[in-house]
Design a protein around this ligand. Structure first.
Ligand SMILES: Cc1cc2nc3c(=O)[nH]c(=O)nc-3n(C[C@H](O)[C@H](O)[C@H](O)COP(=O)(O)OP(=O)(O)OC[C@H]3O[C@@H](n4cnc5c(N)ncnc54)[C@H](O)[C@@H]3O)c2cc1C
Length: 395
């Protein structure tokens, strides 16, 4: 796989430069991961502490560029390093084979349904919004949808995103007003409600620009790193304030695109389409997802110029097509994936245990593959096996 690294706005780093920085980057990550939950800090603070403690043994190049490489963790964490838990930033959930599902995840679902020996396909209902989940006296579960349909079954596996599930911990009026929110009867137990306070949603966005033809180098991915943060190497003991996790910037905020990392997939190389797919973390996500397509191009143009080795005025006037995600403002999502503020738990453990015949599955409710599609898949499988095991005595 061909990958190109860019430190912006200075230009590209060679493979050997990245290789030389690797051991320092690993040490910084392991220093950050070694934080205990009660002395957790932001990833930025942990990097600054590492440089403060070890600065004398590091070269100027290492001090300048290693933090920018560490900041690539903002992509899987979906959030700027000043609001991300140092302890959990490199939890490793995304490790493993990096496969690109070219046809989209709906194909994964289709294959599952087509391959099932049970009559699942006929019973999949779409366009139904669950509003209430009630545990009945005999332990079975009654599910109500917004069209007042009622479904009763012995078990239910809830797979809504954590950001939506959390609203179930609010008062009845809030639950009834918020789109997507589910009222649980009886209320979810206290350990789960407490766990909501120590888990967050984050905002990773995707922007796709399609052009008439490609004008960028033929590599599969561009890893764009933020420009070096000069404030890290002060001689004083570092004390960077933690920012609120995933906080939207003011709508008139002027963000510098070179202050954030991006992962850019070259769809020309991956799918033979002259398009670039940019993954960006919060706070850029909030602006990219709310300010419209023209803003996305204007904001990211300098980055596209940099990876293409062009000046901005040498770029095409604009993309033929721009697509931006809207997970942050989507009431059924309320963020893109689960994220970690300093001091958080990776998982709200009570949800993994389940509540009687009420089970939970999804990217947020698992350790293996946490935050990822395969984590969501495996946790669904685990819960289905649990339910099948409980029901098997009846067959
Ligand atoms: C930009 C980006 C890039 C990513 N890249 C990768 C990657 O490369 N590899 C990887 O493995 N993972 C990646 N992920 C993560 C992956 O997309 C998620 O982990 C996965 O989609 C989570 O699946 P899920 O089923 O838990 O939740 P979701 O996919 O969020 O599904 C939850 C569903 O519940 C529905 N819902 C909500 N409320 C209700 C309600 N009241 N009633 C009925 N339905 C409701 C929602 O509409 C939604 O369809 C990426 C995520 C983002 C944001």
């Amino acid at each position: 796989m061909l990958v190109s690294f860019h430190i912006n706005p200075d230009g590209a780093l060679s493979d050997s430069e990245v290789g030389e920085l690797g051991p320092v980057v690993d040490k910084i990550k392991s220093f950050a991961s070694s934080k205990k939950q009660n002395d957790d800090v932001s990833l930025k603070q942990a990097v600054a502490e590492y440089l403060f403690i070890n600065g004398e043994s590091l070269s100027d190049e290492q001090k300048k560029f290693a933090p920018s490489l560490v900041r690539f963790l903002e992509i899987p964490n979906g959030c700027s390093w000043d609001g991300v838990s140092a302890r959990l930033a490199d939890s490793g959930a995304g490790n493993g084979r990096d496969a690109f599902v070219k046809s989209g995840y709906s194909d994964v679902l289709k294959q599952e349904l087509d391959g099932s020996k049970y009559p699942v396909k006929e019973n999949v209902l779409t366009g139904k919004v669950v509003t209430k989940v009630k545990t009945l006296e005999d332990g079975s579960i009654e599910v109500t949808t917004d069209d007042n349909s009622i479904y009763i079954s012995e078990f239910a596996i809830i797979t809504i995103p954590q950001g939506v599930l959390k609203i179930s911990g609010s008062d009845d009026e809030t639950i009834s007003k918020e789109t997507g929110a589910i009222k649980f009867e009886p209320s979810l137990p206290q350990n789960i409600l407490d766990g909501f306070k120590k888990t967050h949603m984050t905002s990773l966005s995707k922007v796709i620009f399609e052009f008439d033809k490609s004008f960028w180098p033929d590599v599969e991915k561009f890893i764009v790193l933020p420009k070096p943060d000069e404030s890290l190497n002060s001689t004083k003991e570092p004390n960077f304030n933690t920012q609120e996790h995933n906080k939207p910037p003011a709508s008139n905020a002027q963000l510098d695109p070179f202050d954030y990392p991006y992962l850019i997939a070259n769809l020309q190389s991956l799918r033979n389409i002259p398009a670039l797919m940019v993954l960006a973390p919060a706070p850029t996500t909030h602006l990219l997802e709310t300010k419209g397509e023209q803003f996305a191009w204007a904001f990211l143009k300098p980055i596209i110029a940099k990876i293409s080795n062009l000046k901005t005025d040498e770029l095409p006037k604009g993309p033929k097509v721009t697509i931006t995600t809207s997970w942050t403002s989507d009431a059924f999502s309320r963020g893109s994936i689960s994220g970690n503020a300093p001091g958080d738990n990776l998982v709200n453990a009570g949800l993994i245990e389940g509540v009687g015949n009420l089970r939970f599955a999804g990217e947020a409710y698992c350790y293996e593959g946490h935050g990822n599609a395969h984590g969501a898949y495996l946790s669904g499988l685990k819960e289905a096996e649990f339910v099948a095991g409980k029901l098997s005595h009846k067959l």
